[in-house]
Design a protein around this ligand. Structure first.
Ligand code: GLN
Ligand code: ZN
Length: 764
């Protein structure tokens, strides 16, 4: 048996985010185009040098980008939206970044989540453009690697099926036209690669790991048959990831030379399919076995025996040992972390450490054993050590999770009863106005926090500063005549990090960045221990704000599911148990806020929806434990206490039921960009609880007029009753500037007052 080590793709941001810095410097005109491109070339080649030095057999190229790989593909095929006034030929950088980020004349293309990851890609737009090959960028990358290192790399492209299905703008009829125009271009790219000496060409088709109906399977067959006829000499590796294949039997028979399967996230089903249908002996099987989505070391002994089992079940003549998906979803290297405790650090594997794992396993399988044997047992020891770490031995928390019962999820009374009690207790006006939590984080706020972090100012000085800013904004809110106030979140940089730093069980890295979209990178916390609540986290700031006003101030917490979904999470216990641990900790915080006299508490869950599994058939299980986790965090309060939640960044049309199941008294929700859609879906799925449909988009500095917001509110009242409707912006205001925020809120309050009058005088 031949074993080859390779990966699906490698991160492009650079160990120190050199890529991000280069892009942003270029956008600010701090780098000339020539300098910029040279910079990127250096980063591109450094990645290959590293992989070669470590000993990866088959190097991947084409996994680099100028912004986003879907966008690269779209630009390569001339899919520049017409509003950009592009004249054909090679797409210049200005046009390219215009489509990505918007230009003076035209708005950017839409951005959306890449499957179930936290990466967002640019959605290709087809508006009838004549497709053309503007530049074979993949060929350029292939030749560059050949020239620099003398290697025959494996070029990778987003596959035609996935690319075509994720492109927006065609209907059923023009889809055929689109595909017919697209396929010759793919053929052309592949042909040029083959002519230049490429052997293997990887086509990434993650969409094959979602649910496909019969017509879709047929389309995939047609596309790949067509490719096989046009470029029979190309050795295509059809790469899938993020889940098992749904149409395994048909897909493995496609006329390609190799199939890549995810044996991490699709382990059970892919194994079952292998057992049932085998694997064709004329194809290579690429075994995605090192997790490309988590940050943990693999148990290499286990990995090796899984590969052996796969080998037994398949007739494949060669196995590629690889990551389960592109490693862009994990940080680059643990070596830059200087502050993590050794037991944790030793149990981590970021991209580079995963490369080493792949290489060690491959060597072991090849029979070059002695050092590899040692590595195998070393990985087990590291995992074992973390397992026995005292931070994972909190018996109280573990017991609390085990003894959670159905009663712990439920409020005392049902919503209808609570609504009456809360109306009595809170005496809020019709259409109460509020905001989502954060107010502008001015340069002064950021500067002061950073001075405090660097210990240039004392804890006391920092606390005094935060109080001063809070008080200033309490006054502003009173002057604006907002009904339910917030303290402004001036003490927080990030809504997950803030809680992670105060709870037990979390660790924070220095350089473990992953790309989120474009040049934006995030540094998720690591949940590696049992999560426990030690002391109040938000009571001091909230109670202070409440002491400064007679109006209600909302307590403001990040929900358990959002904390989970925006962190790297331990894998020795289930995600559900981790979430319940967080929920129990938040439950203590909710109780502490209530005991401190806070009558309204908001628990944000913007990431609830994004954690939905790829396959619809798995949604139910996920929603059951996530909804329960939210309820566990919030249900201890008395009926008078009003629980709010907030969601944003996603489509809610198919999500009304789960939102209702949270049993929050009020939800504020981002809708200003897709307002009409949500309203029509509320018509079909009535919603009875309190709801604030964001009346303006906080992602833009534009100040909406009173009239504009009033009309949105009037529309909303077509589907919502007047007793449930709240008025608020669609998300937190921390990225906005102060003057525009105040003007927008002034108009918002005015619109709410006008609507109250209209309703009271029955003129509306
Ligand atoms: N309370 C948070 C804020 O206002 C919510 C942020 C979010 O939804 N992403 O900033
Ligand atoms: Zn939000």
């Amino acid at each position: 048996m031949i074993y080859t080590s390779t990966i699906v793709g490698y991160p492009y941001i650079g160990e120190d985010r050199e890529w991000k810095k280069a892009l942003e410097a270029f956008w600010k005109n701090e780098l000339s185009e020539g300098e910029f491109l040279q910079n990127l070339k250096d980063i591109r080649l450094a990645r290959i040098t590293k992989q070669l030095q470590l000993g990866i057999d088959l190097i991947t190229v084409g996994d680099f980008t100028l912004y986003d790989r879907m966008l690269d593909t779209a630009m390569m095929f001339g899919l520049v939206p017409k509003r950009f006034d592009w004249q054909g030929g090679k797409v210049d950088l200005q046009t390219y970044y215009g489509v990505a980020r918007g230009s003076k004349k035209a708005v950017a293309s839409e951005m959306t989540k890449w499957f179930n990851t936290n990466y967002h890609y640019i959605v290709p737009e087809y508006d009838g453009q004549a497709l053309q090959l503007t530049e074979n960028k993949i060929l350029a990358d292939f030749l560059e690697a050949k020239e620099a290192f003398g290697i025959t790399a494996k070029p990778t492209l987003i596959g035609p099926y996935t690319f075509c299905q994720l492109t927006k703008g065609y209907d059923k009829i023009s889809q055929i036209t689109f595909i017919l125009a697209l396929l010759p271009l793919y053929t052309h790219v592949i042909k040029e690669l083959v002519d230049a000496g490429a052997q293997w060409i990887q086509l990434e088709e993650p969409l094959l790991a979602t649910t496909l109906d019969e017509a879709e399977v047929k389309l995939v067959q047609e596309i790949y048959t067509q490719l096989a006829v046009s470029v029979p000499e190309a050795k295509i590796m059809l790469q899938t990831y993020f889940e098992s294949l749904t149409a395994y039997e048909s897909i493995v028979k496609l006329p390609v030379r190799g199939i890549g399967l995810d044996f991490v996230h699709g382990y059970g089903k892919n194994m079952e399919a292998l057992r049932q249908f085998g694997f064709p002996k004329d194809k290579i099987l690429a075994v995605g076995i090192i997790n490309g989505r988590d940050i943990w070391r693999s148990n290499l002994a286990e990995v090796s025996s899984t590969i052996k089992a796969i080998e037994q079940l398949s007739d494949a003549k060669e196995l590629w040992i690889q990551s389960s998906c592109n490693l862009q979803h994990v940080p680059i290297t643990t070596t830059l972390e200087t502050k993590l405790e050794p037991v944790l650090k030793n149990a981590l594997a970021f991209a580079d450490e995963k490369l080493v794992e792949i290489i060690e396993v491959t060597k072991y399988l090849q029979g070059q054993d002695s050092p590899s044997n040692y590595k195998l047992s070393e990985s087990m020891k590291a995992i074992e050590a973390l397992k026995n770490h005292p931070i994972r031995q909190n018996k109280d928390v573990q017991k609390a999770v085990q003894t959670v019962s159905i009663q712990d999820f439920e409020r005392h009374s049902d919503f209808k009863a609570r609504q009456k009690i809360q109306q009595q207790a809170l005496q809020l006006p019709l259409f109460p106005t509020t905001t989502i939590g954060s107010f502008p984080q001015s340069d002064e706020v950021k500067r002061t926090r950073s001075a405090w972090r660097k210990k240039h100012i004392t804890n006391e000085d920092y606390a005094v500063f935060v109080e001063h800013e809070t008080k200033r904004w309490i006054t502003i809110q009173e002057e604006l005549d907002i009904d339910v106030l917030v303290h402004g979140e001036f003490e927080r940089t990030d809504m997950v990090e803030y809680f992670g730093e105060k709870l037990t069980g979390f660790a924070f890295t220095e350089k473990a960045w992953v790309v989120s979209y474009g040049s934006r990178c995030v540094k998720p916390p690591i949940i590696y221990g049992d999560v426990a609540w030690d002391a109040p986290m938000t009571v001091k700031e909230t109670a202070y704000a409440q002491s400064q006003t007679k109006r209600y101030v909302k307590g403001m917490l990040t929900g358990p599911v959002t904390i989970l979904n925006w962190s790297f999470v331990r894998d020795d216990i289930s995600r559900k148990d981790v979430t319940y641990q967080i929920a129990l900790a938040l439950r203590e915080e909710v109780k502490a806020l209530e005991a401190a006299g806070i009558a309204i508490i908001q628990v944000d869950e913007p990431a609830l929806r994004e954690g939905l599994p790829l396959r619809k058939e798995n949604w139910g299980t996920y929603l059951e434990w996530t909804v329960n986790a939210f309820k566990l965090a919030t249900s201890s309060v008395k009926d008078e206490t009003q629980i709010h939640t907030h969601m944003c960044y996603c489509e809610f049309n198919d999500f009304i039921e789960p939102i209702s199941a949270l049993d929050a008294d009020v939800i504020s929700i981002e809708t200003s960009r897709s307002h009409g859609e949500l309203i029509s879906s509320l018509q079909v799925n009535p919603y009875e609880k309190g709801i604030g449909l964001g009346v303006y988009d906080i992602h833009s500095p534009r100040v909406p007029s009173e009239k504009e917001m009033l009309s949105i509110m009037q529309d909303s009242l077509q589907v919502l009753s007047k007793n449930q409707f709240w008025v608020n912006p669609d998300c937190g205001l921390k990225t906005r500037k102060e003057p525009e925020t105040i003007s927008a809120l002034m108009n918002m309050v005015a619109a709410a007052k006008t609507l109250r009058q209209q309703v009271q005088q029955s003129t509306f």
